[in-house]
Design a protein around this ligand. Structure first.
Ligand code: PEP
Ligand code: MN
Length: 327
């Protein structure tokens, strides 16, 4: 109740994010208070004046949540991966009018995310939205769940009409980088944020490291620089148009050069074929990369980008050589 009231007092929150059932990776962690907490949510909703959202993973949970006036439902990342579970939730939603948000699956698989969305839409739910909570990866990284922004951007491109919410809490898994991830999401024109908050973050029973107090959450929202997707200024449009033309020209040149590069790779392939040499020579590949890193560094290109770019170019080259050598 205190968290709810203090969140409402910030004036920055539209909906209370309130878990009742919490799927946890390992047994023995706090798995949520369960159905008996639903009346508490009703109280929080009434006292704060804010609608409430709850994660559901089974048909029974959908029924219980709706019975206690929950306003928004969401499907968690661990459920989105499982079409059986998503279908069960979708079946329970038939004939109901409630907004449903669908978190991306734990693994970076757009088809699973889309599949869950389709199952819920097919059940007749009109108000479907998406939540980008990042993707699990093995080993310790900066993030708890790698954002892989390009996947969320691709979903926005394919389904521009759907609401897209970002979940910085589960992407970061820690407090210190919440603000920058939230800002990135807003800069990418996301429609909103879902953030975990607790009156005593360190003593929260789940995900303590990523919790922030309602007041810190309020500040975080205030610190966000909001931008618009468009502007009425003609000068801005004219300047942008010119720069975009430059980008188009440069992209055309790059594509032509890449096409030429592949032709050269094919020629190399012919020589290798005639002399019965393997496609890949690790030494040569290492020296290409080293040259590229040195050059990229001077041109202000990050090592990460140079690596990705050369990986892609190299794969395409290999495919071209492969065709020549096996024809
Ligand atoms: C949650 O929202 O607390 C949760 C369990 O997140 P996710 O489904 O993204 O792991
Ligand atoms: Mn959580």
């Amino acid at each position: 109740m205190q968290t709810a009231m203090r969140l409402a007092a910030t004036g920055k929150v539209d909906i209370l994010r309130a878990g009742i059932w919490k799927p946890r990776t390992r047994p023995g962690s706090f798995e949520g208070i369960g159905t008996k907490g639903l009346p508490w949510l009703q109280q929080a909703r009434k006292a704060s004046g804010l609608p409430v959202a709850v994660e559901v993973a089974t048909g029974k949970q959908v029924e219980d949540a709706l019975h206690f006036d929950v306003d928004v439902l969401w499907i968690g990342a661990r459920t989105t991966v499982n079409p059986f579970s998503v279908q069960e939730v979708a079946d329970a939603l038939r004939g109901v009018d409630v907004p449903v948000l669908i978190k991306n699956p734990i693994n970076p698989d757009l088809e699973l995310w889309i599949g869950a969305m389709e199952r819920v839409q097919k059940a007749g739910i009109k108000d479907v939205g998406l939540i980008h909570r990042g993707f699990s990866s093995y080993g310790n990284t900066e993030y708890r769940n790698a954002p892989m922004w390009h996947l969320a951007i691709e979903m926005k491109r394919r389904y521009p009409e759907l609401l897209m919410i970002n979940d910085p809490s589960h992407i970061c898994g820690r407090r210190d980088i919440l603000q920058e991830v939230a800002q990135t999401a807003i800069d990418l024109d996301f429609d909103g944020l879902i953030v975990e908050s607790h009156i005593d973050p360190d003593n929260a029973w789940s995900d303590a490291k990523q919790q922030i107090t309602p007041e810190v959450l309020g500040e975080m929202i205030s610190n966000i620089r909001w931008r618009t997707e468009d502007s009425a200024s003609e000068e801005y449009h004219a300047a942008l148009e010119k720069l975009r033309q430059q980008i188009n020209n440069l992209d055309d040149e790059l594509m032509q050069i890449l096409g030429q590069r592949m032709k050269v790779a094919e020629n190399i392939g012919k020589y290798k074929k005639d002399n019965n040499i393997t496609i890949l020579q690790t030494n040569r590949w290492n020296s290409i990369l080293e040259r590229a890193f040195a050059k990229g560094d001077k041109l202000g290109l990050s090592k990460e980008f140079v690596t990705k770019y050369f990986d892609a170019v190299h794969m395409e080259s290999i495919n071209h050589q492969n065709k020549i050598m096996n024809s």
